[in-house]
Design a protein. Sequence first.
Length: 510
Amino acid sequence: MNKWIVAITVMLPTLIEIIDMSVVNVSLDHIRGSLSAGIDESTWSITMYLVSNAIIIPITGWLSRFFGRKLYLNFSIALFTASSLMCGLAWNIQSLIVFRVFQGIGGGALQPISQSILLETFPPRQHGVAMAFFGTGIMFGPIIGPMLGGWITDNWSWHWIFFINIPIGIISMIMTTIVIRDPRYMKKVKMKMDYYGLILIALGLGCLQILLDQGQREDWFSSPMITWLTIISAVSLLLFPVVEFYTKEPVIDLKVFRSIPFSTGNLIMFFAFFNLFGSIVLLPIYLQTLMGYTATLAGLVLGPGGFASIIALTIAGRLVTRVNPKGLLTFGLLTCALSTYLMSRFSLTADFATVMWPRIVLGLGMGFIFIPLTNLTLSAIRKEEMGNATALFNLIRNLGGSFGVAFVSTVLARKAQLHQSDLVGNLTPFDIPYQISVEKLKAFLHYRGFVDGLAQTGANETIYKDLIRQATMISFNDTFLLLSLILVLTVPLVLLLRRPDHREPIGPVQ
């Protein structure tokens, strides 16, 4: 079977699954109003999708062997498609959350299975091209998701963000049935069910995802719920490797982490997506809360960076087997670190170009990280272990994003409080600039018809609002700078990676 037909077959359902991770965010207000739900209730429809996704991803390799990969892939697409239909038909917020859980269970397997099939189908010298194709889907989904979700919601209704998956899912199942073939080592194998491993990984990752998603909203450990989730997650994830070590057929084969390049590559991927997700969450918040951008304008700032990623992926895919991928990876990491450093220089007077270009730089950097890092991390893995390895690789990538979002949300809030407290110290009746500003504002408000008492109150409130904006701006600068420093510290880890042997002479890729 032609390798490009196989690539399109596995990437089609993967793309709609990635889009569905972000498409609901922009439709949340419409969903909340339609189903008469509160803000906290409605956000659980996003959280529970991520939870079920996180639980399924690492056990995808085991499930593929247990059921047979082709059968399990078709089942996952069918479950994702059917649950998308039920999400669109949801009659209240509770039913939507339940169907989103099933949608996450169906969608969780699609990324790791697609990646493993691509790496098996393409010869080693073309792994860069294969991962460029896969990476384009990974990067394109978060770009198109919010724009597509907003357009569908505004022009049709929020139900159609789910209904649109149905024809694509049906086409994907037909193509998978015709095109995909299981190699001998991926056919159904009789295995004993690892109940303890399944329970521990589900509890550990499920609780971890919830506490990362809800932690800042609940003020972290001041909340008994977050405290208990942390305890359950920590105990489960600490017990899991111990239980798996003594299990004959473990649900996740952790022995793959004995490979130094694989372990190091996963660590770098964690911090790369920590930086990516942290920065692309902060950027629209900065634009909309401090700069007065609409959602559409904020999307125009983010969009070019996504297309820059696709261009960089294409270039990196052709270079990765011709030059040392460690050099490409180092360039990508430093470029991403530079982009978040440039974001730390933003101000309340930044123009459109000033905020757009660092996002484009970030997109270019991510393109030069994803392919070389995948190549360096997975090149030494045997085909028989590829399903398990890609599942863990995708899990670490997603966890990096979740930790990044939780980190920036917390640091931003804490730093804003700190800087507000520091700046308030300058607003005293003895501070000359403060006195001058108050008198100018009072004169302006008097001119506008305010009586003396109201003019005094209005002047103080105006100055305090500006102080909060300044404190928040400084906290954005600090948080972006921290992201940049963390990524710079990961660069020395590149030295622990080994260059694959499948080099290719300069020439056109067939």
